[in-house]
Write a new protein. Structure first.
Length: 128
């Protein structure tokens, strides 16, 4: 699928998968791993290509996320409270403020993207 070139030691490396091939392949695939296998691209290379295409407005579908490890927020906040001498309630409140601020930044970026703006969404004033 990908055009390849020979590198040191006679190994080959995928270099180019045209967007016209990658996009339909991606949107028909059942998993990220399937696209990696079919294109010969590395996971990191494929991930960067998809991010770049999405930033340009290409409607690349989202695959379900891997299970991964679960984060026990309560246990981690209890560790923070213990190590800092703060109460668990105080640490939980701080964590909630962080989560809300992060969600607000994400929503602002999404709104800016929908309006065609490319400036980052921050609470800081723009530099002049």
């Amino acid at each position: 699928m990908a055009k390849t070139k020979v590198i040191a030691g006679g190994k080959t490396r995928a270099t180019i998968v045209p967007s016209e091939i990658l996009v339909p392949l991606w949107n028909k695939a059942e998993s990220f791993a399937e696209v990696v296998e079919k294109t010969g691209l590395t996971e990191k290379s494929l991930e960067q290509r998809v991010i770049g295409l999405r930033k340009r407005g290409v409607a690349m579908k989202a695959f379900p996320r891997k299970g991964g490890s679960r984060i026990d927020v309560a246990a981690l906040n209890a560790l923070i409270a213990e190590s800092t001498g703060k109460s668990v309630e105080e640490v939980n409140a701080q964590g909630q403020r962080f989560a809300e601020a992060s969600a607000a930044r994400i929503a602002k970026r999404a709104a800016n993207a929908a309006e065609g703006e490319t400036a980052p969404a921050t609470d800081a004033p723009a530099a002049s």
